[in-house]
Design a protein around this ligand. Sequence first.
Ligand code: C5P
Length: 215
Amino acid sequence: MNPNKPFIIAIDGPAASGKGTLARKLASHYKFSYLDTGLTYRAVADELLKRHLPLDNEDIAVKTASLIDFGSLDRAHLSEHEIGEAASKVAVMGRLRKALVDMQKAFAEQSNGAVLDGRDIGTVVCPDADVKLYIVAAPEVRAERRYNEMMEKGEKADYNAILVDLKRRDERDMKRTESPLKPAKDAHLLDTTKLSIEGAFTAACAIIDPILAKR
Ligand code: C5P
């Protein structure tokens, strides 16, 4: 381990697995920078939707991405469920991924320590990360969490429709040719089906602390 390199925590997993909440909590606990890479794919999808442009044209997607200011993204708006679905459609395009991955790598390298979450952090964006976590949870539990989140925000939500959407999104993310969602060989698996946020955080710290202590 090179002590001059930033300490990187890579977190991957399917939609609504709790990885974003965990990543934010870890970043705040260890005082590391945080990048939600899903937001970058969501931003491109949102811009394409706003401009009534197709979600499957690589040239258009790359050009559109180059116009976005990734430093000031509207998380509340981009977190909408439908934008996640559109994001998983644009995320199958290799050249768009390359542009976003370059930016994500630069974010990690320029930090003093960082937590990144997404689908390909441990496999592609930060293959040398100090700690890799792969977060899973039963689809029904993930759909329930997403449902509760939407209800809390006062949005209209249909549990069954959310469950179908999540399963379709997982399938698209896992079966695509470009950087499919899968655990890195050296990832620690964390199943949050029966864990509270606090429980997942404690389990993650138990993995991270001894590795950080060796630095
Ligand atoms: O994590 P989130 O639900 O915000 O991601 C939205 C979509 O963006 C995912 O379904 C996935 O298709 C894509 N994504 C990706 N690689 C990442 C992060 C997100 O392909 N590193």
